[in-house]
Design a protein around this ligand. Sequence first.
Ligand SMILES: NC(=O)c1ccc[n+]([C@@H]2O[C@H](COP(=O)([O-])OP(=O)(O)OC[C@H]3O[C@@H](n4cnc5c(N)ncnc54)[C@H](OP(=O)(O)O)[C@@H]3O)[C@@H](O)[C@H]2O)c1
Length: 346
Amino acid sequence: MAPVQNARLIYKSVPEGYPIPGQTTVYDTNDSIDLENAPLNGGFLAKTLILSIDPFLRGKMRKPEKKSYSAEFKIGEPLYSYGVARVLRSATPEVKVGQYITGNFISFSEYAICPPTVLPSLTVVDKRPDLELRTYVGAAGMPGQTAYSGWKEHADPKPNDVVFVTTGAGPVGSLVIQLAKQAGCKVIASAGSEDKVAFMKSIGADVAFNYKTTDTREVLQKEGPIDIYWDHVGGEILDAVIEFSAENARLILCGSISGYNTGGAAPIKNLSMAVGKCLHLHGILVFRIFHKHAKAFWEEIPPKLASGEIKFREEVTKGLDKAGDVILAVQKGTNTGKAIVVVAEE
Ligand SMILES: NC(=O)c1ccc[n+]([C@@H]2O[C@H](COP(=O)([O-])OP(=O)(O)OC[C@H]3O[C@@H](n4cnc5c(N)ncnc54)[C@H](OP(=O)(O)O)[C@@H]3O)[C@@H](O)[C@H]2O)c1
């Protein structure tokens, strides 16, 4: 069989602010691959089906000297993220031809030879017939796992606790809202558009508002004090939450997207109040805590997603050539649900 085209989304340059399609990332169709004979070197050949477009990709677009918990992308190479791929050939007994696999190594290319070094972070997708494959990168994937494990680990909810969730319409925030309602809490949630506000209300938020048109401080002053804060934005809003927190409040620091494209979130001025209020600040990383909650997650969440008891929204874009635009949309907030790129149907 003759080599076939292997289109890729290449990481081209470190962005100054937002990642610009065609500049930060470039769609390239010059590469090809011999699907039958390309050497596997102890690994396996995967066909990329689905890519997850997550906020953390921006953090990997940085200069190598800037250290972080997650490796930076390499200039000139395809990006990678969570995703789902199908195994076409395998030289390792741990991966079988035909399996759907996921993990934070799925290449932004039509095909990829994955080295054996990815095996520790690989999961074979145990797909339910009543859930789409793509949902395994969203509500049943890393974002859902983040919400579930961070909530179980640190929220310690009591009935009538007041919970505040930022970025509440996204895949992480929308599950946090529903877990908080299940626990009998009052939920305040914010997001950046009227459509997202309506969605947050539809999944149970008691108070939902658009932080671009409504002053977060006024809402917190009226509806608080806050017992549990789920932070996705950092900066000024985190500062306001510290001011309007109850004693012994739990602040779960999951992300700080207000600073991802601006060189860092606004500085926190109210941290000294954390002393007087005995606040509990918990930074979380899903891959550090999910293993403790995995069994419970798989038993509880996918069935509830399938039955509709837990709701989720996905925004599906077809074509690897569009992935650069979707990366930008997630950073700017113009995505309306879990951002997913379908590279190939099967
Ligand atoms: N710690 C972990 O292990 C872990 C794992 C997964 C995700 N996260 C974090 O969780 C957060 C949510 O992730 P997700 O996948 O659910 O994202 P998402 O909602 O699909 O997309 C990101 C959203 O962030 C909001 N946003 C963008 N710029 C903002 C700004 N300047 N201020 C406030 N909001 C802004 C936008 O929504 P609006 O329209 O509402 O502004 C955008 O839609 C992110 O901070 C991410 O980094 C952390």
